[in-house]
Write a protein that binds this ligand. Structure first.
Ligand code: NAI
Length: 684
């Protein structure tokens, strides 16, 4: 017998054993999310079930990609104040409390994504069973949105599995597969797909004693252990996120420390805390960044292009790592270079990547089997995508294209990973010049999610669409940019790096410069970043961009390169490196922090941001923020550089820029476009 609630996103079927199967199936969507209206419908459904008194309840999803991916993040942006947020969260808690107090057994039957509110719902069930494949991912990633679980998740998870496992999941936001979740005690059984229903049914027909944590796990929540553990958690979080930038994980630790032995007061504190966090600037900006990411992810969705085979030419730092990444993501890859010896180091790095990520022998071997060294270039004919990543030399690239084009399929994408040569200069060698597109990956490829999709007026739009679809197929974020010098990310990053070099040259200690950048929220200081990228590469890019954009290259950079101080790779650059780590001397006692340091670096970056927006390097202002966050790690809790300009006020920043221009010269000359930069965004 089926019952349909008024909301078409869920329905219940009662089978011959009187077991109720409640299906989530959000209409016109590929993924289940818990919007306010779905939660209400779920609540009503639970009330009806209580009346009907089935033998038990199994909650499942009809979506192929998973159970429930979380709350509806779009609704988070519409919360106007603490009061409204609090009542929304408390309502969610009530709904899940209703589930937790059902008078019959309940089972969450999980496959695929079970995240955030989805896992909180599962935790409110008496039992949980999940599929045991790698595609099943359970987690509480709320901290990544600047909040923590709010629908009773922290209250239910900590006693279930102990504080160490629970806090590990909630503070990192990481996801685990079914087997790992079973080991931790988050779920009761991890089983193959074909046994999933049987397992769920069995728990209703013969309900076991609900899971209890082991003795040590239970001990972790005791009042006298909590202060010491809380300090440990704070210390661990502190290595990754500062309290003033990312308050959510710290708030969660505080709540647990204070309330872990009183479920009701912890519930209350959880709701209060999320209500406060969610309307705060860090969460709103992180939510914005999440939605920007969704925007970029959506770009490739309409295109009917299913790439399977990739041919990469140039097995150097970039080509080698691009090939490895593609193989890791399931593509059949051939990797060419001038000789087998040049390909060997890339194969070694690929193996290390696969081992790190895939861990088990069989998947590692399968990934290695997908990556074929191919110094003769046999893979060209069959490839759906050909990526050129040879030396940054226009002549070499052109002559390579001449050999490649006649051998390529007509519908295959020809892409270059050039970081500075305009497509205009490269395509002349082709008989179909419109087919060349840029796929600008960043170093290190496995870590940097962004790929700039470089194109100009002459690029075939269908090729661009395919390049975007390919980028999504290997799970990277495509950012369409125009083929202007430095594209977007390097162009904006460069003035910031050069200003840092200027400051260092003026005598500001490198460690102090880096410290101020970290304080602003950058993931790594500019001096250490320059050393990491390699000062020779920085110099090359700076000279190249300098020519086009009229920026001077500091002599200090050239001097260091001439002395062979190339940064991390040569053991010395601005810093000395011991065992790969920069030796940073503390700032001397008499040193007064210079208030200009951070301003000078950040304002030069923002000035370039405004120029890029003005010159329409990106299609949409939002793309610029997304590009800077995902391409450079620009302080995510600030929501991107344009959001930062909006928060600080364009007028205020413009004044500071003018002041710097007067004191320090024309490199601070405000770019055209500052007058119109406010109110840019179409995203909350
Ligand atoms: P690399 O010097 O590490 O590797 C280049 C490889 O190409 C060498 O192994 C070389 O033997 C091979 N090669 C040269 N000519 C060839 C040909 N005709 N046929 C086959 N193989 C050939 O260079 P890297 O750093 O990997 O850069 C490659 C491209 O990626 C350049 O266009 C560069 O601008 C771009 N890029 C570099 C980034 C970086 O951080 N290194 C970042 C983004 C783009």
């Amino acid at each position: 017998m089926d019952t349909h609630s008024e909301n078409p996103d869920l329905y219940t079927h009662i089978d011959e054993d009187n077991i109720a199967w409640l299906h989530f199936d959000k209409q016109n969507a590929s993924t289940n999310v818990l919007s306010a209206s779905v939660l209400e419908a779920f609540y009503d459904e639970l009330l009806e079930l209580v009346e009907r008194a089935p033998r038990g309840l199994v909650i499942l999803s009809d979506k192929s990609n998973g159970f429930i991916a979380g709350a509806d993040v779009n609704e988070f942006t519409r919360l106007e104040n603490h009061g409204q947020a609090l009542s929304t969260i408390q309502r969610g808690q009530e709904v899940f409390d209703r589930l937790a107090s059902l008078p019959f057994p309940s089972v969450a039957m999980i496959h695929g994504f079970c995240l955030g509110g989805g896992l909180e719902l599962a935790l409110a069930c008496r039992y949980r069973v999940a599929r045991d494949d790698r595609g099943t991912r359970l987690g509480l990633p709320e901290v990544r949105l600047g909040i923590h679980p709010g629908f009773g998740g922290s209250v239910r998870l900590t006693p279930l599995v102990g504080a160490l496992h629970a806090m590990d999941l909630m503070l990192s936001g990481r996801t685990v597969d079914g087997r790992a979740a079973k080991r931790m005690g988050v779920i009761d059984h991890a089983v193959p797909e074909r046994h999933l229903k049987v397992a769920a049914r069995a728990m209703i027909l013969n309900p076991p004693v609900p899971h209890r944590p082991g003795k040590l796990q239970a001990l972790s929540n005791h009042a006298w252990v909590r202060p010491a553990l809380a300090r440990l958690f704070q210390h661990q979080v502190g290595k990754k996120a500062r309290r003033d930038h990312y308050p959510a994980p710290y708030a969660l630790i505080d709540i647990w420390q204070r309330h872990a032995d009183n479920e009701r007061s912890m519930m209350h504190a959880e709701a209060e805390s999320v209500a406060e966090l969610i309307v705060g600037p860090a969460a709103q900006n992180l939510i914005r960044v999440f939605l920007l990411q969704e925007q970029l992810k959506a770009l490739g969705r309409q295109v009917d292009f299913k790439p399977r085979r990739v041919h990469v030419i140039g097995a150097g730092i970039m080509g080698g790592d691009i090939a490895a990444w593609c193989a890791y993501r399931g593509m059949q890859v051939t990797l060419a270079d001038q000789s087998p010896e040049r390909i060997a180091p890339a194969m070694k790095r690929a193996h290390a990547l696969f081992k790190r990520r895939l861990k088990r022998t069989r998947p590692v071997q399968e990934a290695m089997d997908r990556l074929m060294p191919d110094h003769k270039g046999m893979g060209v004919e069959r490839a759906d995508v050909v990526i050129e990543a040879i030396f940054e030399d226009a002549d070499a690239k052109r002559s390579l294209y001449q050999q490649l084009e006649p051998r390529m399929r007509d519908d295959a994408v020809l892409a270059t990973n050039t970081s500075s040569i305009p497509l205009q200069e490269l395509r002349s060698a082709l008989s179909n010049p419109a087919r060349l597109v840029g796929l600008h990956f960043f170093n290190p490829v496995a870590k940097m999610q962004l790929v700039e999709i470089v194109r100009d007026n002459e690029t075939d739009a269908a090729v661009v669409a395919r390049a975007i679809a390919f980028t999504r197929a290997i799970d990277r974020l495509p950012l369409p940019v125009s083929s202007t010098p430095g594209f977007l990310v390097n162009r904006i990053l460069m003035p910031y790096l050069l200003e840092a070099v200027e400051l260092e040259n003026e005598g500001v200690p490198a460690a102090e410069i880096d410290r101020q950048a970290l304080e602003f929220g950058m993931p790594m200081g500019p001096i250490e970043l320059a050393d990491t990228v390699g000062l020779d590469i920085c110099l090359h890019v700076a000279e190249n961009l300098g020519q086009h954009l009229g920026t001077a290259v500091p002599g200090r950079l050239r001097d260091l390169v001439n002395q062979g101080r190339l940064g991390r790779k040569s053991g010395e650059g601005f810093y000395q490196y011991k065992k790969g780590k920069a030796v940073k001397s503390g700032t001397s006692k008499g040193h007064h922090p210079n208030p200009d340091v951070s301003d000078r670096m950040i304002l030069r970056m923002l000035n370039e941001v405004v120029t890029c927006l003005h010159e329409q390097v990106v299609d949409k202002a939002d793309h610029l923020d997304a590009g800077m966050v995902y391409g450079t790690g620009f302080a995510p809790f600030r929501g991107g550089p344009l959001r930062y300009i909006e928060t600080e006020g364009a007028d205020t920043l413009l004044e500071r820029l003018q002041d710097l221009e007067q004191r320090l010269g024309s490199r601070f000359k405000p770019a055209p476009g500052w007058e119109t930069v406010s109110g840019f965004s179409d995203q909350p």
